[in-house]
Design a binder for this molecule. Structure first.
Ligand SMILES: Nc1ncnc2c1ncn2[C@@H]1O[C@H](COP(=O)(O)OP(=O)(O)OP(=O)(O)O)[C@@H](O)[C@H]1O
Length: 257
């Protein structure tokens, strides 16, 4: 499947935040959006997910304009891991994850054994089974992040939109999530994610967009995540090095502070 964003304009009120961005994400691709705070990454995500009205251009999945899709159809195709989430009720963690199955249930049906099995499998895979009976509002920020990822995976979408999926996580859980993202893409899911760590683009993405206050640049990680671009966009001097690891070389950014 292919998700195409063509000349999209996104924003609020009278202000266009993103002007005319175009990119595509296919099954198995991991597209990483980088850019400073406030540049419009979340705004773009909310527009792709249909939470904000597209102000220009089009968004298509396999050539079909998605602007008229129902919420249920969106949820069947595109999963979302938001940056933060505060539920109105003190749900048990397993109930939050099972909400990911909503898009697959009929109007009056309750989750079946298959839904519960899917939920158990994703929670086991993410190593959060021990949280299943805890109250979601009483767990840590990082634990919540893992629960939100589990909820999106339980949805079994074709595309996964992840807004800073590693933001609250400790180093071990960051790598667990990046590994999980790679695994999902190898299973056929197209992933669009944001990160504040350029290294994450090297570690798992196949394509990168670097958003600036004015404009953007899209390409392969090694074309976009360069010392010049990082200096220009973040105002930080960075040395990019290649490190030999089993199976090849991996690039890493070392800030010169
Ligand atoms: N609901 C809103 N109404 C009006 N303006 C908004 C709203 N939400 C965000 N903005 C503005 O839109 C711009 C882009 O915000 P956005 O949250 O998309 O940035 P971001 O790149 O995701 O930032 P961060 O990296 O800090 O999460 C900012 O100037 C922000 O102040």
């Amino acid at each position: 499947m292919k998700l195409e964003v063509c000349s999209a304009v996104c924003g609020y009120g009278k202000r266009d935040v993103i002007k005319g961005i175009s990119f595509s994400v296919s099954s198995k691709e991991i597209f990483c959006l980088l850019g400073p705070n406030g540049v419009g990454k979340t705004t773009l995500f909310k527009t792709v997910l249909g939470f904000l009205k597209l102000r220009g251009g089009s968004i298509k999945v396999d050539g079909e304009d998605i602007s008229q899709w129902s919420r249920k159809k969106y949820a069947q195709v595109i999963g979302y891991v938001p940056q933060t989430h505060t539920p109105p009720f003190p749900f048990a963690v397993s109930d939050v994850v099972i909400m990911g199955r909503t898009a697959h249930l009929g109007s009056f049906s309750t989750p079946a054994l298959t839904d519960r099995t899917i939920v158990r499998n994703v929670m086991e895979e993410l190593g959060i089974m021990h949280l299943k009976d805890r109250i979601y509002t009483e767990i840590s920020g990082g634990e919540r992040q893992m629960v939100l990822i589990a909820r999106a995976l339980a949805q079994q979408p074709q595309f996964l939109v992840m807004d800073e999926p590693t933001s609250n996580l400790d180093f071990g859980n960051q790598m667990l999530v990046l590994r999980q993202i790679r695994k999902l893409s190898s299973r056929g899911i197209g992933v669009i994610m944001t990160s504040h760590f350029p290294d994450h683009a090297f570690l798992c993405s196949s394509k990168v967009a670097l958003l600036r206050k004015e404009g953007f640049e899209i390409g392969r990680p090694d074309e976009i995540v360069t010392e010049e671009n990082l200096q220009e966009v973040y105002g930080v001097s960075v040395k990019i090095t290649s490190i030999p690891v089993p199976g090849g070389l991996v690039k890493a950014c070392v800030p010169l502070i």
